[in-house]
Design a protein around this ligand. Structure first.
Ligand code: SF4
Length: 162
């Protein structure tokens, strides 16, 4: 099953969002927040090191000397989602024999960055997370919409609640 970095992120945001996204139901393209994210992305890092796409599965914002992965985020709203998205990139590259132990989440708007170390415990946690993602993706119907604080800023809000 093809699991992308966005899917790992959405698993921590909302299972319904993950499922809808996996069925190609996309509203992000119309979202102002995503547009802002793209502008941020375009103005960050050196052009030559950006956007490393691997197997058409993971699209990494930047890899520094093939040793440190960088991921850009606009806010720290869901830190755990960003952390595990980055850890998934590390997991994926390690499976390919590229031994990366560390990543950095950059928050250019906040002028902040967080270093994430990948541990051996993360390896087994990642497997559990990927299994849970697979079971959500296999469901024939979407998980139900449950209102939570992040819903108002979600690109799927109108689809879920209006
Ligand atoms: S609006 Fe809320 S329930 Fe709907 S997909 Fe987004 S986060 Fe999930």
């Amino acid at each position: 099953m093809r699991i992308t970095g966005n899917m790992v992120n959405y698993y921590f945001v909302c299972p319904r969002k993950l499922w809808l996204f996996s069925r190609e139901l996309r509203f992000e393209e119309n979202s102002e927040r995503v547009a802002l994210g793209k502008i941020l992305d375009e103005s960050s890092y050196d052009r030559n090191n950006k956007h490393v796409m691997v197997d058409n599965v993971v699209n990494i914002d930047m890899i520094q000397h093939w040793q440190v992965i960088h991921e850009i985020k606009r806010t720290r709203a869901i830190d755990k989602a960003a952390e595990w998205q980055l850890k998934y990139y590390i997991y994926y590259l390690r499976k390919k024999g590229i031994q990366i132990d560390k990543g950095i989440i950059d928050y250019p708007l906040l002028k902040d960055r967080v270093t994430i170390n990948y541990t051996s415990a993360d390896e087994s946690k990642m497997k559990t997370i990927l299994n849970k993602i697979s079971s959500i993706l296999c469901q024939s119907q979407s998980p139900s919409a449950k209102k939570k604080s992040i819903c108002k800023s979600c690109a799927y809000y109108e689809y879920c609640f209006v």
